[in-house]
Design a protein around this ligand. Structure first.
Ligand SMILES: Nc1ncnc2c1ncn2[C@@H]1O[C@H](COP(=O)(O)OP(=O)(O)OP(=O)(O)O)[C@@H](O)[C@H]1O
Ligand SMILES: [Mg+2]
Length: 330
């Protein structure tokens, strides 16, 4: 499958603050093929949401420095004019956030919010838009959509609200859907239902998807490719199988080891990665992960603390940023 529907090249995002410049994303390069699902994983503060916001054009240009290139189906998003960019949001690309209450307006009926979303991008009557809104609710599995369309957000359960958010994101048929922690705020059974729903919809519509998640179970179920981020960088990228079965960067190995397996007993030994995420104002020299890395003894000299490794080939369709791959002793 071709990898050129979304292409991000050397993306850099930084925020000037009173304490210094926060380099939230430092040279991120990745691509997603049309119709594929890419998962982005990494611990808190690794730059996942900032990357999503940069793609969607949601970062405040007055408080953010952005560099690099983001091509969506050949359109240079960082270079195109703001009006065009705005018109693409919601139609060409859409986003689902973690907390549906913060994205649904509490004072308006869900139907009216869906109708407005339709009419921003389509020249249709209110009646036609209402039909689309009801169809949209039906498509995401909301029972009795003709009645529910007139509910206010607080009348719906958390899972139902998240379904409404998905309906809202899909209502204008976007080609790219970004879901940022779409299930984190939900309880476990509802999480599974929402994950299944997104997979079904993705199959029906062929929408290209980026799923940002802490949940490696969601990754294994949904994603074709996985991108592991650490300290604003891609540290590993590959097919889901490659990253799961042949993790090539010690941070990824740590992430996988810190997840309880579904088939494991509840007392299974968990192995979280010791230490704290790196400072994004004064990141560590060399490899950003080296202060927490348990495997650096396998690399000769002080390479890990002095030279930042490149993202190098770790296998077919698989890359990782680690000196072990080029300099390490097994
Ligand atoms: N507007 C901003 N101004 C200053 N710093 C910011 C801003 N937005 C994000 N950051 C910082 O950028 C870094 C990356 O944030 P981001 O939200 O992308 O993390 P994340 O990987 O999504 O984490 P989480 O898993 O907690 O959602 C964090 O250190 C955050 O504090
Ligand atoms: Mg986030």
């Amino acid at each position: 499958m071709s990898h050129d529907f979304l292409q991000i090249n050397d993306l850099r995002v930084s925020f000037p603050t009173d304490d210094g410049v926060v380099r939230a994303v430092s040279g991120l390069t990745l691509s997603v093929g049309r119709g594929e699902t890419l998962a982005i994983v990494g611990e808190s503060g690794s730059g996942k949401s900032v990357t999503a916001q940069a793609i969607m054009g949601l970062l405040n240009p007055l408080a953010t420095e952005i560099d690099g290139r983001i091509l969506l189906d050949g359109v240079d998003l960082l270079a195109c004019d703001p009006e065009h960019r705005r018109s693409m949001r919601g139609s060409a690309m859409a986003m689902i956030f973690q907390d549906p209450l913060s994205s649904l307006h509490p004072f308006y009926r869900v139907g009216d919010q869906l109708i407005e979303a339709v009419r921003i991008h389509q020249d249709v009557t209110k009646k036609e838009a209402r039909t689309q809104a009801i169809d949209g609710l039906r498509r995401v599995g909301i029972p009795d959509p003709e009645r529910r369309v007139d509910d206010y957000p607080h009348q719906l359960s958390g899972g139902m609200r998240q379904r409404v958010m998905i309906a809202m994101a899909l209502i204008n048929g976007p080609q790219l859907l970004i879901a940022d922690e779409p299930t984190t705020a939900l309880d476990v059974t509802v999480q599974a239902q929402i994950t299944d729903l997104m997979m079904d919809l993705q199959q029906q519509t062929g929408t290209t998807m980026i799923v940002i998640t802490h949940d490696l179970g969601v990754v294994a179920e949904m994603a074709d490719h996985v991108c592991v981020m650490y300290g604003g960088r891609v540290v590993e990228y590959g097919t889901t199988d490659a990253v799961y079965y042949r993790p090539s960067m010690p941070y990824t190995r740590g992430l996988l080891a810190s997840v309880p397996r579904l088939d494991g007993a509840y007392d299974e030994h968990l192995d979280p990665i010791p230490g704290n995420p790196p400072s994004l104002i004064r990141p560590p020299s060399g490899c950003v992960f080296h202060p927490r890395c348990r495997e650096r003894e396998a690399v000769p000299g002080d390479l890990c603390s002095t030279v930042e490794p490149d993202l190098v080939t770790a296998g077919p369709d698989h890359r990782a940023r680690c000196h072990l791959l080029t300099e390490g002793t097994p």
